[in-house]
Design a protein around this ligand. Structure first.
Ligand SMILES: [Zn+2]
Length: 299
């Protein structure tokens, strides 16, 4: 990490000061679970399913617009595909520029194939993406609700990336939308960031993803400290593996971004079984509590 990034991250960690939250101001795992159901009702959010993508995009945009007056949608074309990233900001005027600013991100697209299915015929159908897609978005939308009620002590950006999950299909890479976001917003370089991916499973297990551990160690340690203080059972005090996800383009740009992702991947990962019944409001609650504390500076 460059010196300037370390300074920006330290400023963020210092600026969040202890505050206590009332019940309606707190993250609600049940509401997050409902946000998953809402996305699944539109169908798989993959490139050929144009209606599902339009409806889901509108759902994300409209939900954000009720909570934030700064919502931008950025469409792009890359690798012959059209995509849209959505970006909502909760601005704290004490935050100067990028210093002390935090990005929370998730991918809203889903994988167009169930390529981990054993039966060939099932491999061609798109995955429903309850966990892999909808869960991270669901947590961010619930966070948007509480950020509107109780403005965070630092500027927070919620970013919804398109086209994360095309990796290894027709030789496409992972994280197309996140890479576009970094290259199209050269002046946006927040001091810290967190990616949420596959965070709803009933037996959720989030170990320390290794790119995050090696390239965003200070932020990762802070997250695990909070998780430990909250007696969280989903954050595991052990190493995961190196995972290609939406944090990689940020790390390459020198921004410390931690990837919170279920590992080892659940048995239904990239199959037709990635459905609503796999998700738990309690797992979403634990993740939401840790991220809220990171942003608000409690405990
Ligand atoms: Zn995936």
């Amino acid at each position: 990490m460059r010196r300037i990034d370390i300074l920006a991250l330290s400023a963020f960690l210092l600026m969040v000061s202890a505050e206590s939250l009332s019940a309606e101001q707190s993250f609600d795992g049940q509401r997050a679970l409902q946000n998953i159901a809402a996305q699944l009702a539109y169908g798989p959010r993959e490139p050929t399913n144009i209606n599902a993508k339009q409806n889901t995009l509108r759902y994300i945009q409209q939900t954000l617009e009720t909570h934030s007056d700064q919502v931008t949608s950025q469409t792009f074309e890359a690798h012959g595909l059209k995509g849209t990233n959505v970006w909502a900001s909760f601005v704290n005027r004490k935050t100067k520029g990028n210093v002390g600013r935090i990005m929370l991100g998730a991918h809203w697209d889903t994988r167009p194939r169930s390529d981990q299915e054993k039966m060939r015929i099932k491999q061609k159908i798109p995955t429903p993406g309850a966990n892999d897609g909808a869960s991270g978005v669901a947590v961010l939308l619930e966070l948007a609700r509480i950020f509107a009620i109780n403005p965070p002590p630092v500027t927070v950006d919620l970013v919804f990336f398109d086209l994360e999950d095309m990796g290894n299909i027709n030789n496409l890479p992972f994280s197309i939308g996140s890479r576009e976001f970094i290259s199209r917003n050269p002046f946006y370089r927040p001091g810290a960031g967190v990616i949420l991916d596959m965070v709803c499973d009933k037996n959720l297990s989030i170990p320390k993803e290794l790119y995050s551990k090696t390239q965003a160690a200070q932020l990762l340690n802070r997250i695990w400290e909070i998780a430990e203080a909250q007696n969280s059972t989903v954050f595991k005090d052990k190493d995961g593996t190196y995972i290609q996800d939406d944090h990689i383009p940020f790390l390459e740009a020198g921004i410390p971004v931690v990837d919170l992702i279920h590992y080892p991947f659940p048995s239904y990962w990239h199959t037709s079984e990635d459905t609503f019944d796999k998700c738990s409001s309690q797992s979403l609650q634990q993740v939401g509590n840790v991220i809220s504390s990171l942003v608000y500076g409690v405990p």
